[in-house]
Unconditional design. Structure first.
Lengths: 260, 318
């Protein structure tokens, strides 16, 4: 990290989220710096995915504030959040299974396509130029993620690891400012994990995309993340660099040090 | 032997003997086919955008036709009546989204399907309450569609072309063409497919489900109105039109639920098939086979090609 004071991109303040009587998140606050890789870790049921869903607009917390780009964000629907430049992937892959890889990635450009629908129907003039330009960008992303060979394959028939990669490609096609990854490496073998780690780092370094990710594999988190938030039973347990978190006694007790 | 001759040989001899009658059958079947295709597209539209078989599509057609006639009978100019029906269809689309679909995001397809059955009965009840259930005749002549028929000498005989049928075939084809392009080439079309596939993922790339749903239900309403005008002109405007509307189901089984070309081919197969069968094979079964023959064709398809001619092959990973 460089010496300049980091710019805060997103800040969640005192988030409380309940489902009926079940408390999912309790008074959690943390921030995400611009350009960093921020990891959210914790045991199962700690509220990690819920936290991502709050940021993404799928859940609306009963209490708490979300600040994005220096402004307090009003309660938003997920599609509105997407418009503010936040993209995400899902723990249980959410792809358009009937579509091919390239079609899936193209849906990521949906928000950027603004030409008149009548031009689009006529396939003429500005609309065709726009389509070509977006298509080009998508092909670049597909190249970058090395999924060229499956461009025309319906994604429903792809192996799990590749589906995860297509999902990442779709999120990248949105050219987000903030990328949320929910367990991007779950269920992958060692080789696939290494590939995915490499892609995440490259996205972060080359595109300057800020990334918040949930991950179970501690070795991966310690390697990738600039800073780590640890949640347990919906509460914030620790927040700091991987080193700090690793040596935090509460974290060791709750998560890292528990023998299986 | 006698019966085999009756089924497999005699009808074809009849076709060859009176080519003008055969051509008449083809033309009538073709017109019916384009109208079936249009109806089926109404279903495809909503199926593509929400993965739901919209059971209420036929009643939408009845509602549009009934409302149009009723507005006219109140003394309103026919074209203003059309505009009023369009406004009504938009309000309905908006209401369906607000009151039903919005609350069922991420629910199973069956639950959405059940909700459209419920909607059907709500519409039947309210349409009877507001517009009454007395059959009336369509106002196509008042709307400026030509009436009457022309006779064309052909194959040593004559073929009759009802003018309203020509308008129906032309207008339905144009509308089908526009819808086909709308589906495949526009951003909204891509959004539709995305929404049908996965609600969460669609939201995450910035597609507003609510907006898409209002659009498709409104377009389905427009399709219902056009279908209602021409089916109403061919019979009369009553709740019995629903039965015709449901013929779109065999059309979809043949064509595949998500395919626009499928709806067109399926519509033509049903339209031509039932007309020709009615003329040449109907008499030996006592006539009126038109009502059920479509379902026989659909059954055959279900046995041999259950995903339809153009349907998406469903890929399930186990």
């Amino acid at each position: 990290m460089n010496e300049k004071a980091p710019k805060i991109m997103m800040e969640v303040k005192n988030i409380n989220l309940r489902f009926g009587g079940v408390v999912a998140i309790q008074g959690v606050s943390f921030d995400i710096h611009e350009g960093e890789i921020r990891a959210i870790i914790g045991p199962n049921g700690a509220g990690k995915s819920s936290m991502l869903n709050v940021i993404n607009g799928f859940y609306h917390p009963q209490e708490g504030e979300i600040w994005f780009d220096g402004q307090k964000r009003p309660s938003m629907e997920p599609y509105e959040v997407a418009k503010t430049g936040i993209a995400r992937t899902f723990q249980n892959i959410a792809l358009f299974k009937g579509m091919t890889t390239i079609e899936n990635v193209m849906t990521g450009r949906q928000l950027q396509m603004n030409k008149n629908i009548f031009w689009q129907m006529l396939r003429y003039g500005p609309a065709i130029e726009e389509e070509v330009q977006h298509r080009k960008r998508c092909e670049e992303i597909i190249d970058f993620l090395e999924i060229n060979h499956i461009r025309k394959t319906p994604v429903g028939s792809l192996p799990y690891g590749l589906q995860k990669r297509v999902e990442l490609a779709r999120a990248l096609a949105m050219e987000p400012n903030l990328l949320l990854l929910d367990e991007p490496m779950a269920g992958m073998n060692v080789e696939e994990k290494q590939d995915m780690s490499r892609f995440i780092v490259e996205v972060n370094e080359e595109f300057g995309t800020t990334i918040a990710l949930i991950e179970h594999d501690m070795a991966v988190v310690m390697d990738l993340a600039d800073r780590v938030v640890v949640l347990d039973y919906g509460k914030l347990l620790a927040d700091g660099t991987p080193k700090e978190v690793q040596s935090n006694q509460a974290v060791i007790d709750a998560y890292l040090g528990v023998p299986h | 032997m006698e019966i085999l001759h009756m089924i497999f040989i005699a009808p074809f001899l009849d076709m060859a003997a009176l080519p003008d009658l055969f051509f008449q059958g083809l033309w009538d079947g073709f017109v019916g086919g384009t109208l079936y295709a249009l109806l089926a597209l109404g279903f495809v539209l909503i199926f593509k955008a929400s993965g739901v078989f919209n059971f209420s599509q036929p009643i939408l057609m009845v509602l549009a036709a009934l409302a149009l006639v009723s507005f006219y009978e109140m003394g309103i100019n026919p074209w203003i009546s059309v505009a009023l029906v369009l406004v009504m269809m938009y309000v309905l689309a908006f209401g369906v989204e607000r009151l039903i679909l919005r609350n069922l995001v991420n629910q199973d397809g069956n639950i959405l399907f059940m909700s459209t059955i419920g909607l059907t009965f709500v519409i039947i009840g309210s349409a009877q309450w507001i517009f009454g259930g007395v059959p009336s005749s369509m106002i196509h002549a008042e709307l400026g569609f030509p009436v009457g028929s022309s006779e064309m000498p052909m194959f040593g005989g004559a073929v009759y072309f009802e003018h309203i049928d020509i308008s129906a075939a032309v207008l339905a084809s144009i509308l089908i063409g526009i819808l086909a392009i709308f589906f495949s080439k526009t951003k909204i079309g891509r959004g539709l497919r995305a929404v049908a596939d996965d609600h969460q993922a669609a939201l995450s790339v910035g597609i507003s489900l609510n907006q898409i749903w209002v659009i498709v239900w409104f377009v389905a309403g427009i399709v219902a109105l056009v279908g209602g005008i021409f089916w109403g002109a061919r019979s009369d405007v009553s709740f019995a039109l629903q039965i015709i509307g449901l013929k779109a189901l065999p059309v979809l089984i043949i064509g595949g639920f998500t395919s626009v070309p499928g709806a067109i081919c399926g519509g033509l197969i049903i339209g031509l098939g039932e007309k020709i069968f009615e003329i040449y094979w109907g008499p030996m079964m006592g006539g009126s086979v038109e009502g059920w023959f479509a379902y026989v064709i659909a059954l055959v398809f279900l046995l041999f090609k259950p995903q339809g001619l153009f349907g998406e092959k469903i890929i399930e990973r186990v």
